[in-house]
Structure formats: C-alpha cells, structure tokens
Design a protein around this ligand. Structure first.
Ligand SMILES: NC(=O)c1ccc[n+]([C@@H]2O[C@H](COP(=O)([O-])OP(=O)(O)OC[C@H]3O[C@@H](n4cnc5c(N)ncnc54)[C@H](OP(=O)(O)O)[C@@H]3O)[C@@H](O)[C@H]2O)c1
Length: 242
C-alpha cells in the first residue's frame, strides 16, 4: 500500500493528484475542507500561515499511519500561492512573509516531520515538492514567488545531501508542473498590469488553450513519483511525462 501525504487536496493540482493516486491511501493536509473525500484515507486541516500550529501538529499527521515494510510512504507538497504579485518597490513585509510561510516554511516543516517519522522506516519513502519555472527565470512582479520556489529547490538539494549523510534512505525531488488551468492562473490573470507587465501573455495562454489540464499534470506527477529510479535526478519536468 502507498500512503500519500498530500497538501492542497481541496482544489487545483492537489485535488487532481488525489484522484490520480487511485491505488493509494491519501492523507490530506489542507486549509479548507475537502469536498470530494472519495479516496481520502485521513484528512487534516491547518493554515500554513500558522507556523506555531504547524510545528505542534505536524508530528501527529505523520504518526497517524502505521505502515509496514512492504508499504511505501510519500510526501507530496503541492499547495502554494503566487501572491503578492507586485514590483519589489511596492512589497510589504507582511505579504512577503505570508508567501514564504506557505511556499517555503510549510513544505519544509512537513519534510521535517516526514524525515523524523520515517527515517528508520524500512519501506520505500519519497518526497516531492511542486516547484515552478519561476524558480529559475526572473519574472517581473513575481520576486517573492520566484524566490520562494528557488528556496524550496535549494532546501531539496540540501535535504538530499543530509539524507545521504544520515543514511535515511529517503529519495526526494522537485517537480516542474508547467502552466496549469487552476485557480492560481485566475489569480495571475487578475493581476494589475502595472505590477505584472506579462499579464497579456498569461491571458493569451487561457484564450488559446495553452494551459494544461490539472488531471494531465497530476497523471504526470503520478508517473514521476512512482518511477523505478525516482530520486536519481534532483528535478523532473512535466513535459517529459505528459
Ligand atoms: N497553476 C500553475 O500554472 C502553476 C505553475 C507552476 C507551478 N505551480 C505550482 O503548483 C502548485 C499547485 O498550484 P495550483 O495551480 O493547484 O494552485 P491553486 O489551484 O491556487 O491551489 C492552491 C492550493 O494551495 C492551498 N493553500 C493556499 N494557501 C494556503 C494556506 N495558507 N494553508 C494551506 N493551504 C493553502 C489552497 O488551499 P485553499 O483552497 O484553502 O486556499 C489550494 O489547495 C503550487 O505549488 C504552485 O506554485 C502552479
């Protein structure tokens, strides 16, 4: 049995991922409650902005299952936000911190909880965090989003070294999902062109059907996570698996 700890399960790519992992027990971790609970094994709700609550409750989430050595345990960090979409000159500390908590601190606390719970576990154990092309390419108005995804990429790179040094036998990688037709793209299209000069390009993606369906990206994510040699690369790109 696969036990899949999954964030963002209530909508967008996370919801599609929950449906794609049909052979798995999904342990859902969301802020909002999940409407479609068909294949949800357990559900936890927490706001990733509340880092104190996260530090307190994350161990409980990973202690909620008791896999045996024939089982596999996965952590899929999918939840994320793009806001604030603003020029550096207009950013406030509070909105920067909100993004970094959701995009960097929360996935890292979940990785920490997963490592501490399963480092001695003898079965297969894998971690994937959904990143973005924005981690590698600067986009005007997205300084916080770009830097948050770059941070998560580096956390994975460091984690890989630590896992080897500590003998944890945990495989990890980041996943580049491309542009997906989800709520995040609606947020992007609602941006102020003064803050986000690429606005028209993203509107055109929608108008010309350039956005991938969340189900197709989730199917690619499933392929990646279940690859025989998963973890042999630091990152996987949706275009190679769709
Ligand atoms: N869509 C794209 O084109 C695109 C491109 C590149 C990368 N990505 C990445 O793909 C991942 C999935 O994005 P998506 O497109 O599925 O976005 P989405 O449809 O906007 O969904 C975002 C998810 O993150 C959750 N979330 C937001 N703030 C949260 C908080 N404070 N605490 C807990 N959960 C919170 C949301 O929960 P609520 O419903 O409670 O808000 C929702 O489940 C993200 O990491 C994103 O950066 C997306």
């Amino acid at each position: 049995m696969k036990y899949v700890f999954l964030t963002g399960t209530n909508r967008g790519l996370g919801e599609a991922a929950a449906k794609a992992f049909t052979d798995s027990r999904i342990i859902s971790i969301t802020r909002s409650s999940v409407e479609n609970t068909d294949n949800i094994y357990k559900a936890f709700t927490m706001d990733f902005n509340d880092t104190d609550a996260m530090e307190q409750f994350v161990p409980e989430i990973f202690n909620s299952v008791d896999p045996d050595e024939n089982d596999e345990v996965y952590l899929l960090n999918v939840a994320g936000i793009v806001d604030p979409v603003k020029a550096v000159s207009n950013l406030s500390a509070e909105e920067m911190l909100t993004n970094y908590k959701v995009n960097v601190v929360a996935p890292t606390l979940l990785i920490q909880g997963f490592v501490n719970r399963f480092k001695e576990f003898g079965g297969e154990k894998r971690i994937v965090t959904v990143t973005s092309g924005a981690a590698r390419s600067p986009v005007e108005g997205w300084s916080v989003y770009c830097s948050s995804k770059a941070a998560v990429n580096m956390i994975h790179s460091v984690l890989d070294k630590e896992n080897i040094h500590q003998g944890n036998n945990i495989k990890s990688a980041v996943f580049y999902p491309g542009v997906i037709d989800t709520g995040m793209q609606e947020v992007i299209r609602a941006s102020d062109i003064e803050e986000f000069p690429n606005l028209d390009r993203f509107k055109e993606y929608k108008e010309t059907n350039k956005l991938a369906k969340a189900e197709d990206v989730a199917a690619a994510l499933y392929k990646v996570v279940t690859l025989e040699d998963f973890g042999s690369k630091e990152s996987y790109d949706v275009k190679d698996y769709i």
